[in-house]
Design a protein around this ligand. Structure first.
Ligand code: ADP
Ligand code: MG
Length: 316
């Protein structure tokens, strides 16, 4: 109520004031110096850490559609070294995919050149000598048939990786085996037999599986004599369905057993030359792999060959 109770006095001398000011200035100077040193250190450290990233950017920029040989040097074991190794691995895969695509186009071009040359030759012959034209026309038509079959094969191989390549349906496994057996007999006169035709339903692309098996049957006729036996069979074993074509023909030596599944691969120095371009087995493999299965081959020279298409029952 307006009465004065006491007085609080804050006193500091000019000397104390100067001391405090001095301390504050010293602290500020040290702080600025530390900050500067830290900045410089961070600058250098960031430069070192980001160097591989910069290298990655430079390498990525220098990669063009034609030159895929560039790689990033991998140093140390840190996360960035891992990133560089992953990038290099990816480049390895890309490079080998590009090389195989280039070889594929190259081989396909060579393969198409032969029928084109033949057709041109016969057409020129027909122009200069119209009397023989019927016979020559038959040859031209035959070459064109082969050529269009070859182009169909190329298109099929190009589409095989497509997710909607397969038209799956539920089919009776025994019906497929029987259909192959019936159709294959028209291919050539052999001792055709059917074995262990399995009972049960499977989910497959019926047309594609028949196409693959017919190709195996066709190959079997090309490497056997009329007296040889060709067996078409199917069975269910350990969660897989097996379809096989077994022949008692010339067989395939061990060195070529893997290679013949490659595109354009044929066994050299055969007495009998197949009329195909060497794409058949790669198509069989592509169709089988689209069904998440695999092709097995058991073969012995002089004894015969068995090609088996093995498909997992639960995933197809
Ligand atoms: N049943 C078989 N017996 C012996 N050799 C075979 C058999 N099937 C395939 N081959 C060999 O594998 C090669 C590749 O077969 P494929 O890919 O069907 O090509 P193509 O039939 O066009 O030659 C054939 O050229 C042949 O040498
Ligand atoms: Mg073939």
């Amino acid at each position: 109520n307006g009465k004065l109770l006491g007085t609080l006095a804050i006193v500091h001398s000019a000397e104390e004031h100067a001391e405090i000011l001095e301390a504050v200035v010293a602290i500020a100077q040290v702080a600025v110096a530390v900050l500067l040193i830290a900045l410089v250190l961070v600058w250098f450290a960031a430069g070192r850490i980001l160097q591989p990233l910069r290298q990655l950017a430079i390498t990525a920029q220098s990669i063009s559609g034609t030159d895929l040989t560039q790689r990033i040097p991998v140093r140390g074991e840190g996360e960035l070294a891992k990133l560089a190794a992953i990038f290099n691995n990816m480049m390895d895969r890309l490079e080998s995919a590009f090389i195989s695509q280039r070889n594929f186009v190259n081989d396909a071009g060579h393969e198409l050149r032969t029928p084109i040359t033949i057709i041109r030759g016969y057409l020129e012959l027909m122009a200069s000598n119209p009397d023989d034209s019927e016979e020559n026309l038959a040859i031209v038509m035959d070459e064109l048939r082969r050529m269009s079959g070859f182009v169909d094969d190329l298109i099929l191989l190009a589409q095989a990786d497509n997710p909607n390549f397969l038209q799956l349906e539920i089919v009776e496994a025994a019906a497929i085996t029987q259909e192959i057996f019936d159709r294959a007999q028209a291919l050539a006169s052999r001792n055709w037999q059917i074995e262990a035709a399995v009972k049960g339903k499977i989910v497959v692309d019926r047309q594609r599986i028949i196409q693959a098996l017919m190709h195996l049957a066709h190959n079997a006729t090309q490497h056997t004599e009329t007296t040889d036996t060709i067996i078409i069979g199917s069975k269910i074993c350990q969660g897989n369905i097996h379809f096989w074509v077994q022949d008692s023909g010339e067989g395939i030596d061990i060195d070529n057993q893997q290679r013949i599944f490659d595109r354009f691969a044929r066994v050299p120095n055969r007495l009998r030359c197949s009329e195909g371009a060497g794409l058949g087995l790669s198509i069989v493999k592509a169709i089988t792999e689209a069904h998440k299965g695999q092709v097995n081959l058991y073969s012995q020279v002089g004894v015969g060959s068995t090609f088996a298409i093995v498909l997992p029952l639960e995933t197809v």
